[in-house]
Design a protein around this ligand. Structure first.
Ligand SMILES: Nc1nc2c(ncn2[C@@H]2O[C@H](COP(=O)(O)OP(=O)(O)OP(=O)(O)O)[C@@H](O)[C@H]2O)c(=O)[nH]1
Ligand SMILES: [Mg+2]
Length: 636
């Protein structure tokens, strides 16, 4: 139980909101949003409840039920559920099973909804109405929402809503999930009396034929625009040669910009933090309090805060790709490569999400039908380079890799970063191949919906970036500062005995622990400061950077030592040590939340131990090989 609670709390940091609205009273009407994947259920849920759940342009974004509270214009309170998308009630994956169980009233902790709000994509009625008809047979009060009416209009689709409503024997409303006020008609409908359950269709009726009949009677097509743009784009993006070349180019440019675009903002932040440190240093008298504030809080938080611009640029790309509809195309392109590792293209989106953070990535594996594929994807997800590694990578790259240009256009630092990502991906693929013995679990070809291309809505991207920025800063303000203060205390106490020679920090707890750890880590080139920083770095990766800043600041004679962490490292460490630490960070499972989520998603501690053991083992071997080779080549 305690475990579940812990995991619940770490579930998806992207959506944790401290200012969540109060829960609906138990007497409130229980309604649930149900429908095919990617029809805009979560977009409507956010509009109605004011939540900020993740919305993106591919199937399988929502993987668990979310609850919200809606107040109708007349003040009626509704408890609204957002459910994972499903194609039918015959669930094949864990996320669809949640929807099936809730709708059928079989869910462990969720009573059956009193009203089904069935959402369909108005531009894709042929596919989506089938599920609506299946739901109609359940005998629950129901309401049909035609979402994406803006797109439907643009495509010249005219839907006879009163006719459709009469034929389906349920109310029908239109909606636009991406427009303010786009769910008003739906909100208004909550004030009307609960509709009676729709009349069921005769048993055994062919639902596809029924959909065709409904569309023939109630859907008209006038001349629309943009119908074929998507096909034309697909001819380029899915082209066997051009497609992969474009994908590679997109990823490549992404890593170049993470360095080049962020630099001015990072320099500005760095200068501001240095000034703050110097100012506070002058204001406070020399002593323990000054050391605590300057070395632990400012040096610790400051060294991590400067990475905010890079993290935001990375997310700008990820959000734009998610919204555009390109991701499922990339999954399609990579299906063959994934198959050669024994996985299917279905693992692509969970793995790609892990580049932001392994936690939502691992949760996204709930969309994978095959249990073996799901497990293997969970096991390799921590290898995909999450954004918390970025500060560590960038710090070391900035300190040890010269900012040369290659071929006149590419920055060498961006290339090295790209190389680290590529190395992690290749390692993940090789491991998947070993785990699956290269055999695909299923013979089926990849069945995956290709959504329409969409210009990313600035509003969504803006919210997404804002969410990331506040999440990152609150991590810095909470876990990072706390761990740094703890580390500062360990590095400061006990004070050296009177008359002791050598730096004071050598006598502290941290100094002693670090020196003891050297027994294990000296062969891979780590010094005792790195060893000490790895311990708080276990809780979260970027803490290692602030921990190094603190250890070096406490150990240094000048106050601004930490402000110059990168030059300090390049003066004190060998190239071999830096490369070895980079290799360590590619593999090491330095994140407790990830391990907690693996525990929850696999339901067993065994897989947590397996993951931790194999990743630590690989990290050690990779660092050992890197260090020894670098030393042999003269980098010692
Ligand atoms: N143009 C347009 N886009 C919309 C509308 N509603 C949602 N979208 C977009 O459609 C995509 C899918 O929206 P989501 O809300 O994530 O869909 P969902 O039904 O929750 O999807 P799953 O969680 O995967 O089942 C996103 O890119 C939204 O921005 C709409 O009314 N018009
Ligand atoms: Mg959703």
């Amino acid at each position: 139980m305690a475990d579940t609670l812990l995991a619940e709390r770490v579930v998806d940091p992207a959506v944790a909101r401290p200012d969540e609205a109060p829960p609906a009273p138990p007497s409130a009407l229980r309604a649930a949003l149900v429908g095919n994947p990617n029809c805009g259920k979560t977009a409507l849920f956010n509009l109605l409840t004011g939540s900020r759940q993740k919305v993106a342009n591919y199937a399988g974004v929502t993987v668990e039920r979310k609850e919200g509270r809606v107040v109708s214009p007349e003040g009626r309170v509704i408890r609204l559920l957002d459910l994972p998308g499903a194609y039918s009630l015959d669930a094949t994956s864990p996320d669809e099973a949640v929807t099936r169980d809730v709708v059928l009233g079989r869910h462990r902790s969720e009573p059956r909804p009193e009203l089904l709000v069935c959402v369909v994509d108005a531009t894709n009625l042929r596919l989506h109405l089938r599920f609506a008809l299946e739901l109609r047979q359940l005998g629950l009060p129901m309401l049909l929402v035609l979402n994406m009416m803006d797109e439907a209009e643009r495509q010249g689709l005219v839907i006879d809503m009163p006719g459709l409503s009469a034929a389906l024997t349920m109310p029908v409303v239109g909606a636009v999930g991406v427009r303010r006020g786009g769910a008003d008609a739906l909100r208004d409908s909550f004030d009307r009396p609960l509709p009676p359950a729709p009349l069921p269709l005769p048993d055994g009726i062919d639902l596809h034929a029924e959909v065709r009949r409904l569309l023939a009677a109630h859907l008209r097509r006038t001349d629309g625009t943009r119908q074929h743009v998507g096909d034309r784009l697909d001819r380029v993006f899915l082209h066997p040669v051009l497609g992969p070349a474009i994908l590679l180019a997109v990823l490549f440019v992404m890593f170049q910009t993470v360095f080049s675009w962020a630099q001015p903002a990072m320099d500005g932040l760095q200068a501001a933090m240095n000034q703050l440190g110097a100012l506070v240093g002058q204001l406070l008298p020399d002593g323990i309090l000054r050391s605590l504030i300057v070395d632990a809080v400012i040096a610790g938080a400051g060294t991590v805060v400067v990475y905010l611009p890079q993290i935001l640029i990375l997310f700008l790309w990820i959000l734009a790709l998610e919204e555009s509809g390109y991701l499922p195309r990339a999954a399609f392109l990579l299906d063959r490569i994934m198959a050669s590792c024994g996985l299917s293209g279905r693992s692509f989106i969970p793995l790609l999400s892990s580049f932001a953070c392994a936690i939502p990535g691992i949760m996204a594996t709930r969309t994978i039908t095959n249990p073996r594929d799901r497990l293997v994807t969970i096991l390799i997800a921590p290898l995909m380079t999450c954004s918390a590694r970025l500060p560590v990578y960038t710090l070391l790259i900035a300190a040890f890799i010269p900012a040369h240009r290659v071929l006149g256009i590419f920055g060498l630092q961006g290339l090295v970063l790209f190389g680290l990502y590529a190395f992690a991906i290749v390692s993940g693929m090789v491991l998947a191949k070993l785990m699956t013995r290269g055999r695909a679990a299923e013979e089926h070809p990849l069945l995956m919906e290709l959504p329409s291309y969409r210009r990313p809505a600035l509003r969504n991207i803006g919210f997404g970036l804002w969410q990331r920025a506040t999440m990152f800063l609150s991590r810095v303000g909470t876990i990072i500062v706390t761990l740094n203060v703890l580390l500062w205390a360990l590095s400061t106490f006990p004070a050296p005995p009177p008359g002791a020679a050598g730096p004071a920090i050598d006598y502290s707890f941290a100094g002693r622990i670090g020196h003891a750890m050297m027994l294990v880590f000296a062969p891979i080139g780590f010094n005792w400061q790195i060893c000490v920083s790895l311990i708080p770095g276990l809780a979260a990766r970027e803490v290692a950077v602030s921990a190094l800043a603190t250890v070096y600041a406490v150990g240094a004679s000048e106050d601004d030592a930490a402000a110059k962490l990168a030059p300090l490292l390049s003066a004190q460490w060998s190239m071999a040590t830096a490369l070895s630490l980079l290799a360590w960070y590619v593999f090491a499972p330095q994140c407790l939340s990830t391990l907690a989520v693996i525990r929850r998603e696999t339901g067993s501690v065994r897989w947590v131990l397996v993951t931790a053991a194999y990743l630590f083992g690989l990290a050690y071997l990779a660092s050992l090989a890197t260090y020894q080779i670098a030393v042999a080549l003269g980098g010692g």
